[in-house]
Design a protein around this ligand. Structure first.
Ligand SMILES: [Zn+2]
Length: 526
């Protein structure tokens, strides 16, 4: 380390309210711990710290995802053995590409701070050898505006973690544009969950769990990617949690509505980052510590928890080495070749669960029986034959632009064609219902009936083929009755008195379209 590397190492044990000895040897080399007492890291201190790391290291390169809505820079660190800064050159190295990100929700500070600790350990410290096997990308604070005022949402008031299909916000577009240049094989998304609030209001108890975790659960996520999450990463997470004496559960949440006593495993909306990363062809894991509402209490333990979990996940990834990349690529090829029916709507199985809540005042255990909607136990309500692709006859330019950011390949018809298709007759279920604080995460708002017909397709029409790895994104965006579909949210405009959607399913291989398509390799192309 050169002299301009920030911050001496402080370990959890050095700090005042540190408790578990399991963390005694976790060095917290980051701005939040330089003065002995922990503090939240300001935007300026974070920017200085990552710049210092890049100066002091020959492997870390600092870049920017772009600017937030209030014009704050969103730093990204690229870490490779070669010290490459160019995303395409990093992709060409052929090592597994692991993205780690934090603070989509600005008031969930511990994950972001842990990303700084992790970046320092990779750039100039003990974890540097992992770069022999992996290319690592770290986005420590993707919502700097929210972090600056300690709020969950973006400056616009929208929840960034519901916008990964619609991409209506500067921050989500910036992230996916960077991911398009350097497609992740694996993404770890770090958050903190609320300790009390809804839990006390509804069930009279606070959360006592240290950690909650969950892989992607949307039914369109390629099965083999989910298998990698469960087979490779879940046992690593569980072993690390156990070694540090941390309690954990699959990520559960509950609605803001006080009368709704249902507890749900993290949802299946395609716009949630955890699901969107899976749908675009990456292994995806959510990692949450108990933190929202705790201020700086137990802060070093929360940061150390994110750090040890991320470290263990990276070590497991490095242990797989080239096999990890090969497995992800095979999963993408399989997704591109999949001809099984699409699950368009589903219900979640419900089962009883005892939540380990505690009394908010005394801290005494208060195990609470609840009903859990389990997003991993799906009962198919409606499935639909998988089309070869979709024709979009209105709003095509906007659709192509959004889908391109999400790793989807589209083509434009260069001459008119007469095609047999399935049309959608639309029935509106009222205005898209909008949940409080989640205005960009509408529920399902359209019903459809399919009708076979033949249409004249003009030159210039957009065609979106399904024989590609991100076909799950395509179906989530273009099946009109998928929640938050591009038709439902108005990316594809449609008048209230129209019945037939300007989107059609192409059910048979058509020479007019085949001539336009490059042969499918199953690769994610930039
Ligand atoms: Zn969060």
């Amino acid at each position: 380390m050169r002299q301009d590397t920030p911050a001496p190492a402080v370990t959890v044990a050095d700090l005042s309210d540190a408790a578990p000895s399991a963390f005694a040897h976790v060095p917290l080399v980051s701005p939040g711990f330089v003065n002995g007492a922990p503090s939240f890291t300001t935007h300026e201190a974070m920017a200085d710290f990552v710049a210092g790391l890049a100066r002091a290291s020959c492997t870390a390169r600092l870049s920017s995802l772009g600017r937030s809505q209030l014009r704050r820079d969103i730093p990204v660190l690229y870490l490779t053995r070669e010290g490459l800064a160019d995303p395409e050159a990093i992709a060409a190295l052929g090592r597994p590409v692991i993205w780690l990100m934090a603070q989509q929700h600005g008031n969930e500070h511990a994950g972001g701070e842990a990303m700084l600790v992790l970046a320092a350990a990779l750039a100039t410290g003990a974890l540097a050898p992992l770069l022999e096997q992996l290319s690592i990308v770290i986005v420590p604070r993707i919502n700097p505006d929210g972090a600056a005022v300690d709020q969950r949402v973006l400056a616009s008031g929208n929840d960034l973690n519901r916008d990964h299909l619609l991409l209506s916000q500067d921050e989500s577009r910036a992230l996916h544009a960077a991911m398009r240049r350097l497609p992740p094989d694996v993404v770890f998304d770090h958050h903190e969950f609320s300790v009390a609030r809804r839990w006390v209001e509804k069930f009279g108890g606070s959360h006592s769990l240290d950690v909650m975790i969950l892989e992607a659960t949307h039914p369109g996520v390629p099965r083999s990617l989910t298998d990698i999450a469960r087979r490779l990463y879940r046992p690593v997470l569980e072993a690390t949690l156990e070694r540090h004496g941390l309690s954990s559960h699959d990520y559960v949440t509950t609605a803001a509505d006080k009368s709704d006593l249902l507890v749900s495993l993290g949802g299946n909306a395609p716009g949630i980052a955890r699901n969107a990363f899976g749908l675009r062809g990456s292994v995806s894991y959510l990692i949450e510590t108990r933190g929202v509402g705790l201020g700086l209490a137990r802060y070093q333990n929360r940061v150390a928890t994110h750090y040890v979990l991320a470290k263990a996940l990276l070590e497991a990834s490095a242990g797989e080495g080239p096999a990890l990349r090969a497995a992800v690529r095979a999963a993408r090829r399989e997704a591109a070749a999949d001809r099984s029916p699409l699950v368009v709507s589903h219900e979640l199985a419900r089962r009883p669960l005892e939540l380990p809540l505690v009394d908010p005042d005394s801290g005494e255990a208060r195990p609470t029986p609840v009903t859990l909607a389990d997003s991993r136990l799906l009962a198919t309500v409606e499935q639909r034959e998988r089309p070869h692709g979709y024709l979009v006859l209105r709003g095509g330019a906007a659709v192509a632009q959004l889908l391109a950011l999400l790793q989807v390949r589209t083509v434009t018809l260069n001459k008119p064609a007469r095609l047999a298709v399935q049309a959608y007759d639309i029935e509106r279920l009222g205005r898209p219902s909008r949940r409080a604080g989640e205005a960009i995460n509408p529920d399902r708002s359209l019903n459809v009936t399919l009708r076979a017909m033949t249409i004249e397709v003009p030159a210039g029409a957009l065609y979106v083929p399904m024989n590609q790895p991100a076909c799950g994104i395509v179906a989530a965006a273009l099946e009109p009755d998928s929640p938050g579909s591009y038709l439902a949210v108005g990316v594809i405009p449609m008048a209230d008195d129209e019945a037939e959607a300007p989107v059609y399913r192409v059910m048979e291989e058509s020479p007019a379209i085949q001539a336009l398509l490059p042969s499918s390799s199953g690769e994610v192309s930039p």
